[in-house]
Ligand binder design. Structure first.
Ligand SMILES: [Zn+2]
Length: 430
């Protein structure tokens, strides 16, 4: 057996307690063999975790990873104008190799900030899958479908591509890649297509992921046209099941929260994107109280503007308190759970907890920094004070992706150079 030992640190357990322990990993199986004091000193490889907190790898449950190329490309506009005037025209000019360059840039950023798994909606998905295979993370990938403004042939081709990609890449990269069918939203895909698309996906056991209730502009037209709330419409379309998960859920009423709870549909909260686009405040504490599975995501880098899940935890805690008008709402252990086990459950990927027999997906956070001193409460530090740049080592599926801040699976400098070149050429074309 080929083993990896993470030695001398403190380990965050699923019950949010912290204990002094080593973590022993079976690298062949990608699982945790043992957690405890003074484990096998003869491991094939050892990562020094002295003075560090070993946490589950963070799971970014809603992303458009290649949008790192559009970081800072257009800011300070509401969602609709931002998409129509800036983002969609730029995305229309992206070539497959651009998406590859943007995905690699995003994956390096994720590895460097302790993220080991993510869910992603985009296009040119084969390029993203190839980048994920190389980078060593886990992902649930899908091709996003928009039928608005398309003729019937183009709309159907987009849907076929989403289903084809979901079939082809599920189980790729030694099983690290899973897939989903991804209609962009309830307002950008017409009902006639949605109904068939969702049924076809579910017939083949493919889950569905989409944006929902992100802004009032997405909610009001559905209410006006149909006399029902968006998630009631989603239920009618068959896309509110325990396998499906939706992003945002900002403007959900109590009846919709009950629908989510009954269906077991996961909600991915994206607080930075919701603040930046002034979309609104999701009722996260209400969702948690109702027992809804809540994960955390950065959304694309164009609306964030980074992929640092530590930032996202802090934003989630802050915004959750404002939304609830209650300082005790969305507490530190809640956001840490959302960014780990909650996200993993919402998108149905392994990981999210450090347990014997579980996936060896973890991040080692260096606590030896002024902003993490003194160590009064390490869960509080994770939620409120730590940064992605405090992550020292990142491990996914038992493989070391970053050691002492050096990314081992991708060449960081080359990735950044390719991203700069891709954007220079994109700006000339748009
Ligand atoms: Zn999104």
């Amino acid at each position: 057996m080929n083993t990896l030992r993470i030695a001398g640190g403190q380990v965050l357990r699923p019950d949010a307690t912290v204990e002094d322990a080593d973590v022993l990993v079976d690298r062949d199986e990608g699982t945790i063999l043992d957690i405890g004091a003074d484990l096998d000193a003869d491991a094939d490889e050892t990562l020094d975790a002295a003075g560090c907190l070993v946490t589950p790898g963070l799971v970014n449950a809603h992303c458009h990873v290649a949008m790192t190329l559009l970081r800072g490309y257009a800011d300070d506009k509401p969602l609709d104008a931002w998409l129509r005037e800036d983002i969609w025209p730029a995305e229309g000019a992206l070539m497959p190799e651009d998406v590859r360059a943007g995905a690699e840039l995003g994956l390096v950023e994720m590895i460097k900030s302790g993220t080991t798994g993510f869910a992603d909606m985009y296009f040119h998905v084969p390029e993203i899958a190839a980048a994920v295979e190389e980078a060593g993370l886990r992902a649930r990938l899908g091709h996003g479908v928009v039928t608005l403004g398309k003729d019937d042939a183009d709309a159907r081709a987009d849907i076929d591509e989403s289903l084809d990609v979901a079939r082809e890449f599920d189980g790729a990269a030694d099983g690290r890649i899973r897939t989903a069918a991804m209609p962009h939203s309830l307002t950008t895909v017409a009902e006639e297509y949605l109904r068939e698309f969702v049924a076809d996906a579910h017939d083949e056991g493919i889950p569905v992921h989409y944006h929902a209730n992100e802004t009032t502009d997405e909610v009001d037209p559905i209410v006006d046209e149909r006399g029902e709330r968006p998630l009631s419409y989603a239920k009618d379309l068959g896309m509110l099941t325990g396998d499906d998960f939706l992003a945002h859920g900002v403007h959900v009423d109590d009846a919709e929260i009950d629908l989510l709870d009954e269906a077991g549909t996961g909600v991915v909260h994206c607080p930075a994107s919701n603040m930046k686009l002034a979309s609104g405040m999701a009722p996260v504490q209400k969702l948690l109280d109702a027992g809804v599975t809540v994960g955390l995501g950065t959304d694309g880098a164009a609306s964030n503007n980074d992929l640092d899940m530590f930032d996202e935890m802090r934003d989630a805690a802050m915004l959750g308190k404002l939304a609830a008008e209650d300082a005790s709402a969305v507490a530190a252990p809640d956001v840490v759970r959302m960014a780990t086990a909650g996200s993993a459950a919402a998108v149905d990927l392994p990981g999210g907890a450090l347990e014997v027999g579980g996936a060896a997906d973890l991040a080692v956070v260096d606590l030896d920094a002024p902003h993490l001193t003194p160590a009064n409460d390490l869960v509080s530090h994770l939620a409120y004070a730590a940064r992605g740049s405090d992550v020292r080592h990142t491990v996914c599926d038992g493989r070391v992706l970053m050691r002492d801040r050096e990314v081992l699976t991708l060449d960081e400098d080359a990735v950044m150079a390719r991203a700069r070149e891709a954007v220079a050429s994109l700006r000339e074309r748009v």
